[in-house]
Ligand binder design. Structure first.
Ligand code: SAM
Length: 438
């Protein structure tokens, strides 16, 4: 695959789903371990003194219900040279290092642009010449984004006034023709910088610029200004608009979209979740963020099966919500989870586990190869074992977007509906998928 810049993530050879399987836990787990020593194929009479292989134990590879390991075909694309976003284009931000994954996703169906291709626009930034205006599918690797209405040098003393004027022009355009006749609409404005490894040092300056823009806007457009909502979620709940100001590479990019069309309602797509100290694992943040993303979560008394549950962060979140939890993992769970009476822990292999009844939720954060994990979750849909799914799919390889497309296909063809996927703020080399079964 030709790429316009080198990847800096760690090499995984040809990106096969067969390689580098994340192992369950750090050590082999009792009944699931397979000793290679005595059962290993003998080296034969020709190598009588050959050193016997060191005894190794690893969890048995379970047989999926049907062979799911299909290596996605590679898409060969030469992306245009990197250049900053221009007015009329979309600016999208990603997790740092995931720019290529977003570019790849943007050239796969259902996006596959007929016109100019997307390009790298800076660290954690991608510029897209065009995106579908309506019914735009959700991009898994775009944390946040907006259509660029104006670009102004961030340190220009006239920047606040010029951006306020651009905001006054962009708000009614984003409103759409029908809504424009009703007059000004509630809106929110967030200023942000793309994520970087240096704790986003420009954030305070971006916030200050945002405040100055709002000050200049209040003077220029007092009727609109009076309708400013507390935040993007408030604007969304009133079917309003979301203005965004991204400061990157010395430029300030401003744009407005209907709040319901924004990839996220959090500034820069950074939906930070804070956990109490006694939470059994930081992984719990991923499930809490997934609930916020989906605007849906288990209710008290609902039955949740948690595959790959140890040390218990996800189970703890579910138990805190009053759900009944069946945690499936050969590894140990934190005592804070095991002492909860709503929990049943089965030290079993998720590939061999069969529930006794239908669960409300299947949640899974299992360290396993993505296509085989997807096939397992597909089996749950085909057998009617759960009504809703939230699963964290590990993607430690290149071509994440292609693997994710296969994961979506496997889930959809198994009967899961409304499959959604997103690299959440708390996800690393992984993507969260969600789906339901009618
Ligand atoms: C990332 S950890 C899960 C963290 C957990 N969600 C939490 O919040 O604490 C992945 C877990 O998957 C488990 N795992 C991997 N393969 C498994 C399998 N075949 N069956 C059950 N559990 C498995 C591992 O033992 C490990 O505990």
């Amino acid at each position: 695959m030709q790429r316009d810049r080198p990847r800096n993530d760690r090499p995984h050879g040809k990106g096969s789903d067969r390689r580098a399987p994340p192992r369950p836990g750090k050590k082999p787990h009792g009944p699931h371990a397979r000793a290679h020593g005595p059962h290993a194929k003998p080296h034969g009479p020709h190598k009588p003194h050959a050193k016997p292989p060191a005894p190794r134990a690893r969890p048995a590879l379970p047989k999926p219900e049907r062979p799911p390991v299909v290596i996605p075909p590679s898409v060969v694309v030469t992306f245009p040279a990197a250049a900053p976003p221009r007015p009329g284009e979309w600016l999208l931000t990603t997790r740092p290092g995931a720019e290529q994954d977003l570019l790849d996703e943007l050239v796969l169906p259902p996006f596959s642009p007929a016109g100019p291709l997307p390009r790298l626009a800076g660290p954690a930034l991608v510029a897209v010449p065009s995106l579908p205006k309506r019914d735009r599918p959700e991009l898994a690797f775009a944390r946040q984004g907006f259509p660029v209405a104006a670009v102004v040098a961030a340190d220009d003393p006239r920047a606040p006034r010029r951006l306020a004027e651009a905001l006054a022009d962009a708000l009614p355009i984003a409103q759409g023709r029908a809504a424009r006749e009703r007059g000004p609409q509630p809106f929110a404005l967030d200023a942000w910088v793309p994520d970087d490894e240096r704790e986003n040092v420009g954030s305070a300056a971006a916030d200050a610029l945002g405040e100055r823009v709002l000050g200049a806007f209040a003077a220029a457009a007092p009727r609109w200004s009076a309708l400013r909502a507390a935040d993007a979620r408030a604007a969304w709940s009133e079917n309003g608009l979301y203005a965004q100001l991204c400061v990157a590479g010395g430029q300030a990019y401003l744009g407005v979209s209907p709040a319901r069309d924004a990839p996220s309602l959090a500034p820069g797509g950074r939906l930070r979740v804070h956990l109490p100290k006694h939470a059994p694992s930081r992984a719990a943040r991923k499930l809490l963020e997934a609930f916020a993303w989906l605007d849906r979560a288990p209710e008290p008394g609902e039955v949740c099966v948690d595959l790959g549950a140890a040390p218990g962060g996800w189970s703890w979140v579910l138990l805190e919500r009053g759900a009944k939890v069946i945690a499936v993992d050969p590894a140990r769970l934190d005592p804070i989870v095991t002492r909860n009476r709503g929990l049943t822990h089965l030290r079993a292999d998720a590939f061999r586990f069969e529930p006794e009844g239908t669960a409300d939720w299947l949640v899974a954060d299992m360290a396993w190869r993505p296509l085989e994990a997807a096939a397992l979750y597909g089996k749950w849909a085909r057998r009617g074992w759960a009504r809703m799914l939230i699963a964290n799919i590990k993607l430690p390889m290149r071509k994440k977007a292609e693997y994710l497309a296969r994961v979506r296909d496997i889930l959809t063809s198994s009967g899961w509906q409304g499959v959604r996927a997103r690299q959440l703020y708390h996800d690393r080399e992984e993507v969260t998928v969600a789906a339901l079964r009618m």
